[in-house]
Design a protein around this ligand. Structure first.
Ligand SMILES: [Zn+2]
Length: 222
């Protein structure tokens, strides 16, 4: 659309502003943007994403002095753009929990045997789960992801936050319920890191706001 580039550019600026907030001592910041960003790579767009807001924020945190940044992508779809951008780097650890790309978008990346390349080998982790996965399994996987990120000892966390893990999402296949999102936010906050959320997918439009706020309320309650 004619306004797409303006919206994407302003969204990226919003992610940078969120990173600035962390630099200024805020414990958390949320970049509420449309379009989303996590499917945008270094030289490709995809999945309604044009500029990778989460990657831009993570790089901004690095540029301003943080040595290590963790990324925890909990959108239903693999964060292929983010993985592609940081694939060969050891300073930004990318972890993604998502629908198995054998059957789910983006198909060509997001498999469990992609650990990063070159200097980045061992600094990418994909945790694909089958369509139909219920909260208990998903949450156990989240705990695993959080432990790995904790071991990396980052100075900040970036969370590409998709709400298409919701049971009512029309294009996705996990079974999280609205009240589960409190627990998700609470668990992320338990890492005790300055945390920057970027808004990714979510297609159950009527419930999207409630589910987003539930994550943030859960985070705040820790
Ligand atoms: Zn998604």
């Amino acid at each position: 659309m004619s306004g797409t580039w303006t919206a994407a550019r302003e969204g990226a600026a919003c992610a940078v502003a969120a990173a600035d907030a962390l630099h200024q001592g805020e414990t958390a910041a949320v970049a509420l943007t449309r379009p989303p960003g996590h499917h945008a790579g270094p030289a490709f767009m995809g999945g309604y994403c044009f500029l990778n807001n989460a990657a831009i924020a993570a790089q901004n945190l690095r540029d301003k002095g943080m040595q290590r940044v963790g990324i925890l992508d909990i959108d239903y779809h693999h964060g292929n753009g983010t993985q592609a951008i940081f694939d060969a780097r050891a300073d930004i650890y990318t972890v993604s929990i998502h629908g198995d790309p054998q059957t789910e978008y983006p198909f060509f990346l997001g498999h469990a045997d992609e650990y990063g390349t070159g200097d980045g080998e061992g600094f990418n982790l994909n945790l694909p789960l089958p369509k139909g996965t219920e909260f208990e399994t998903w949450y156990a996987t989240l705990q695993k992801a959080l432990q790995i990120l904790s071991d990396f000892a980052p100075q900040a966390l970036v969370v590409p936050l998709g709400l298409d893990t919701y049971e009512g999402d029309p294009i996705s296949g996990f079974k999280l319920k609205s009240h589960h999102y409190f627990q998700v936010g609470h668990a992320i906050a338990a890492l005790g890191l300055p945390t920057l959320f970027t808004l990714e997918g979510g297609y159950a439009v009527a419930d999207f706001g409630v589910n987003t706020v539930n994550v943030l309320e859960g985070f705040k309650s820790h």
